[in-house]
Design a protein around this ligand. Structure first.
Ligand SMILES: [Zn+2]
Length: 407
């Protein structure tokens, strides 16, 4: 009864929040509901098939892709599609879809152990772990250890985890059931050391292994191979996604593994993944003054590496926009962790509140660039008809507000 009251109060607050233009309503409803019933998340999650998705990069996109794939089952799927990924956002997503038998919930890395306890998920997806903003490797290891302890006790839960990220493997390896996915890892800077013994990890074409202890890459059941997925029966399928880039192909393979567990075959799920063209404004193409602009969000070094992979071929121009507000992290030293030399050979424009920090970094890499006063200035000065924009969180939101919220 209190859960119902809390949910309906929360729903009303969410509607008020949307009507008054104070937000999209995805958090305030949950905040109010949790105040009335602290146990709300557990109550709302009861008797549903819950999937939790976490990791440093790709949470929002993978959540969206799993929802699309589960659509093949013909049943309603609840989700926090706007990326509100702490307990209020999760409660709100479940409260808004009280009859959905499935729920796919993007979950903040720090909240995962508590959310596992509250929701008793059927599946937990672990994508990757790398430095984000000011985070340091030691904090990553602590996060992995908290996951490892929580998953060791999560009965009746399948973990779907990336076998190519050693820290993810360590976090998942005490779980009772794991489906390992060869999802790839381009960013190695946070996984040179064995999470178990601290020795140096060795990498070759077969994967990775510790030089000292027995910690090694586990055998995988799902494999991303170029533009194809090899399913657990060894069958090869062309992915042919609308979303660009290696990172999204990796997210799609994870989504297919989750969907398969719930009974949706690759042939059923894959056409639905191909229909996803943008996720919360990311990868969106918009027209601006007769040019096509494509928006890419990248919040941390590993994310920037994946974004470079998606750029139109050189000499296509690119606008880089960096802020350092609270949601971005106040410290821009992470800019030094990215290798910008891949941008050589294309016009580079630099904007955002911390554009000078980025400018200094580009100087050091000897990448020619020009400063721009925002997206419109960049559009007016760029050659060609297509501009790729890579921006971190609040810079992305500012540009999106200017060029329109078209999906
Ligand atoms: Zn070791």
């Amino acid at each position: 009864m209190r859960a119902r009251l809390a949910t309906s109060l929360g729903g009303a607050a969410g509607r008020v929040s949307r009507l008054t233009g104070r937000g999209d309503g995805s958090v305030i409803g949950g905040v109010l509901g949790l105040r009335v019933e602290p146990d709300l998340l557990r109550l709302l999650a009861q008797d549903r098939h819950i999937v939790l998705v976490t990791g440093t990069n790709g949470k929002t996109t993978t959540t969206r892709l799993i929802c699309a794939a589960l659509g093949a089952l013909g049943q309603e799927v609840a989700s926090n599609a706007f990326g509100a990924n702490m307990d209020a956002g999760l409660a709100s997503a479940l409260g808004q879809a009280p009859d959905a038998p499935y729920a796919v919930l993007e979950t903040d890395e720090r909240y995962l152990p508590a959310v596992i306890k509250a929701t008793k998920p059927r599946v937990v997806v672990l994508l990757n772990l790398s430095r984000d903003q000011m985070d340091r490797a030691a904090e990553l290891w602590l996060t992995a250890r908290r996951w490892r302890e929580a998953l060791a006790e999560a009965e009746d839960c399948l973990v779907v985890a990336n076998a190519d990220d050693p820290l993810i493997v360590w976090a998942a390896s005490l779980a009772p059931r794991v489906t390992w996915v060869a999802a790839g890892q381009r960013w190695h800077e946070d996984s040179w050391c064995c999470p178990d013994c601290g020795s140096h990890l060795r990498r070759d074409e077969l994967g990775w292994r510790c030089g000292e202890c027995k910690f090694t890459r586990p055998p995988t059941r799902w494999v991303l191979s170029g533009d194809t997925v090899i399913d657990e029966e060894g069958k090869v399928h062309d992915l042919l996604l609308s979303l660009p880039g290696r990172a999204n192909r990796s997210n799609a393979v994870v989504a297919l593994a989750v969907a398969s567990y719930f009974g949706a075959t690759v042939d059923q799920a894959l056409p639905r993944l191909r229909e996803v063209k943008s996720v919360a404004g990311r990868y969106t193409q918009v027209q601006r003054h007769g040019r096509t602009i494509r928006l890419l969000l990248a919040k941390n070094p590993a994310g920037w590496l994946e974004a470079f992979d998606v750029l139109a071929p050189a000499p296509g121009p690119v606008l880089l926009a960096v802020n350092a507000q609270v949601p971005d992290g106040k410290d821009t030293s992470w800019l030094w962790d990215v290798d910008y030399r891949v941008l050589l050979g294309r016009p580079v424009l630099v904007a955002g509140e911390r554009r000078l920090d980025l400018a200094v970094r580009l100087e050091a890499d000897q990448v020619p660039f020009e400063l721009a006063d925002g997206v419109d200035d960049a559009v007016s000065r760029m050659p060609g008809t297509h501009l790729d924009v890579i921006a971190n969180y609040t810079a992305f939101q500012q540009i999106r507000a200017i060029v329109g919220r078209a999906e």
